[in-house]
Design a protein around this ligand. Structure first.
Ligand SMILES: [Zn+2]
Length: 447
């Protein structure tokens, strides 16, 4: 009985500091889940502006819409912050199998790739299963188009071929690089994404093809067929252009100089509509400040929402934010990014000190009504990374199921139709309640 009493008392003590925040946290959760406002805004953004490739008119127009819409939401200090960003242009592109004749293969140039000559590159295909396989058979690669038919394991691992595969192949004399798209088998969709050229290798054109087509080329080669293809690409970089991060806030009532940062990236790749990557991340983090204004909730610290530009092929938005806010980097007490979709089962992840993790776990008990009380290790994001590194800021990510996310990632299938309004509302509710308590608690989150 004593033991029972003791544990009861300590449980009450542990949670009691949260009592002043329970009411507002519940209100934010209730408001976020009462309707499908967030999904409707996501659909408006992606239907009206579509894909938002860095340097495109679509992105520029979407940024102007975001500024106007944040003002209509009544946010404080709505403004843009200028950065110069790269402008990569895809142009026309095609891939055909010319032996055995004659088949068109769906493809997408990788972002950052160079073009082929205007008449294209025609060459035999060498299929390899990995970098080691290529190294073993390096003598065969000269003059060939190398196809990396690497099975998808997880994004972090397989994406290495997208980033560096062209230079790996070029070092052995390949004239172009094709790759099996990074993602699980879907509906014959190619996945684009960023790539880089190493300084020590010739630059060769690089493109992704669907899983199904990579497997087909593999089977043909296995049968002893000399597979020959023609690749045509016009991809190129124009000069850098102006772009903007968009900022809106709820100014803190007592410590306005202390900042709780929430954000996403507003640019996307050019197939599809960039709905899961990352329009939904923008809408669900934006909901935090919209709902605070709507419900007249003003925490002690400033909550700052940033739509970062140019994450996908430059990270100039995230780096630009760090540079522009370097003097207040250590005033950032917490940063949260949503850039992994909201597909169920979703979770919050956290990176920070043990002391901070303990407090985060207690705050997360407030998310039990929507089943989001378990915070896993590992949180952060590409855009909040630079300021978080500089200011040693604890970071959190909201992430959806990776299998569903990477099935459509960087493809024409990344549209709003695949996103459930309830999953959007749940993300908005979780983020709003978590951020509210961190911004309002008197003691602050330890670093
Ligand atoms: Zn993204």
């Amino acid at each position: 009985m004593l033991a029972l009493l003791a544990s009861h008392t300590s449980a009450q003590t542990n949670g009691s500091w949260l009592d002043p925040f329970r009411g507002n946290a519940s209100k934010l959760i209730a408001a976020a889940t009462a309707d499908q406002f967030a999904w409707d805004r996501l659909a408006e953004l992606t239907d009206t502006y579509g894909q938002r490739l860095s340097g495109s008119d679509n992105l520029n127009r979407a940024i102007a819409w975001a500024v106007e819409t944040m003002k209509k939401d009544g946010l404080d200090n709505v403004h843009t912050e200028r950065v110069m960003i790269p402008r990569w242009v895809r142009g026309n592109e095609s891939l055909e199998i010319i032996n055995p004749p004659h088949h068109v293969v769906p493809m997408l140039a990788l972002g950052g790739s160079i073009a082929t000559p205007p008449h294209g590159i025609e060459a035999d295909v060498m299929v390899v299963s990995s970098g080691e396989d290529l190294a073993k058979r390096a003598a065969e690669a000269k003059g060939k188009i190398v196809l990396f038919n690497v099975p998808y394991t997880n994004y972090g691992e397989t994406v290495a071929y997208r980033s560096g595969g062209a230079s790996m192949a070029a070092r052995h004399g390949a004239v172009a690089m094709l790759m099996r798209s990074v993602g699980p088998m879907a509906h014959r969709t190619p996945h684009t994404g960023g790539m880089n050229y190493a300084g020590d290798a010739p630059k060769i054109p690089a493109a992704a093809i669907p899983v199904e087509d990579a497997q087909r080329l593999q089977r043909l080669v296995n049968r002893g067929v000399a597979v020959r293809v023609r690749l045509k690409m016009e991809a190129k970089f124009d000069a850098d252009v102006e772009s903007f991060n968009v900022v809106g806030e709820v100014r803190g009532s007592q410590r306005p100089d202390e900042i709780v940062l929430v954000g996403c990236h507003f640019d996307s790749w050019d197939p599809g509509a960039g709905a899961s990557d990352d329009a939904v991340g923008c809408i669900v983090t934006w909901e935090t400040v919209r709902l605070m204004k709507k419900l007249n909730i003003r925490p002690r610290r400033t909550v700052r929402m940033v739509l970062f530009t140019n994450e996908e092929n430059g990270l100039r938005g995230g780096n630009g934010y760090r540079d522009a806010h370097a003097t207040e980097a250590t005033n950032h007490v917490f940063a949260l990014e949503s850039d992994s979709g909201v597909f169920a089962p979703a979770r919050l992840g956290f990176t920070g000190s043990d002391g901070a993790r303990k407090i985060i776990a207690e705050i997360a008990t407030l998310l039990a009504p929507i089943g989001m009380q378990d915070v896993v290790p590992g949180g952060g994001g590409a855009d909040i990374g630079p300021i978080a590194t500089l200011g040693k800021v604890p970071t959190m990510a909201y992430g959806g199921d990776p299998t569903r996310y990477f099935t459509i990632h960087h493809t024409p299938a990344d549209t709003v139709d695949r996103i459930d309004p309830h999953e959007v509302s749940k993300a908005a509710a979780s983020i709003a309640a978590m951020v509210y308590v961190i911004a309002d608690m008197p003691q602050g989150l330890p670093k």
